[in-house]
Design a protein around this ligand. Sequence first.
Ligand SMILES: Cc1ncc(COP(=O)(O)O)c(C=O)c1O
Length: 392
Amino acid sequence: MLTELKVPERLLLGPGPANVDPRVLRAMATPVIGHLDPAFIRVMDETIQYLRQVWRTQNRLTVPLSATGSGGMEAVMVNLLEPGDEVVVGICGLFGQRMADVAARAGARVRTVEAPWGRPLDPEQFEKALRERPAKVVAFVHGETSTGVLQPVEPIVEIARRYGALVVADCVTSLGSVPVEVDRWGLDAAYSCSQKGLGAPPGMAPVTFSERALEVIRSRKTKVQSWYLDLNLLMGYWSGETVTERVYHHTAPIAMIYALREALRIVLEEGLENRWERIRRVHEAFVAGIEAMGLEMLVEKPYRLAPLNTVKVPPGVDAAAVQRRLLEMDIEIAGGFGPLKGQIWRIGLMGYNAQPKNVFTVLSALEMALREQGYPVSPGLGPAAAAAALKG
Ligand SMILES: Cc1ncc(COP(=O)(O)O)c(C=O)c1O
């Protein structure tokens, strides 16, 4: 018996993917045309224009890669680094660790600057590392999804510049949810994903490179070891001046580019500042609810990543059982990784999902699941505090 594809309808309040805006799903049903069709090239160009606005950059090399966020990370590392190059990577969570791993696989000599999970990196540590020995690249995660920390960017960029290093930021969980200012901050390369702040399905990795970074890529002594992610080749497809100059590289995932284009159009229609403000308000309402329930956030207020809330699991409560209970109510939240396993819940209110109704839903469900485990909380306390915060 060949059964029809059937999956439950879930409210996706984990670290991503978030729910997809229905407009994006409709755009994906647009007829597929050829990846070198002049009509599709126009769609590509519009997508790039929208992307530049969302990244707040004039960078010529701004494209969506046919990959997930990890593919964006890999593309940045393998294009900028050659064997033996020095790189300093900041690690205060899982994705910093992944960056260091990817850089080492590219043959770079990796030094790390570390902070405990749940705390931001200390810029002074980068200064110390660079003073000891210069590096070609300084890399760190802007929004560390494993801990819910938002890393202040400008102090690290200032130090890296003084020591002549290129600066790479992982913006997988920050783009489309909190301010990302590629040009104003002076980032040399950044990558993101489609499935979080932008509100599309997973599958595209927007990347952007400064002119300095582009020069480094163009003047490499060795070939990029990945054919698929070699930007020298990809540029021929994405950045030809005219339609006839575009050279086939790989078959673009047409429907995903329709999706990304529509997702970016929605972001720009809302306005970046309005979107950041909406997500901040929803985050603050959520935190007010959590605190009213007697729970605590993992991260200190100034470093909280608004789209991804990390809540400490109270003593005596089984974190995984609460997650399972919420899933029975069709609400997905996530737990912690590594040292934070069983210690925190990760609750995403990102992009399209950052809506007051989702705050009330998840707080009510959490209250119910906690009460079932004997945690003392009066029904309605969390949602009432969130409602008051939204009014105030
Ligand atoms: C900060 C960060 N970097 C990189 C990634 C990897 O992205 P993907 O899972 O889309 O490959 C993620 C995924 O959640 C992430 O949160």
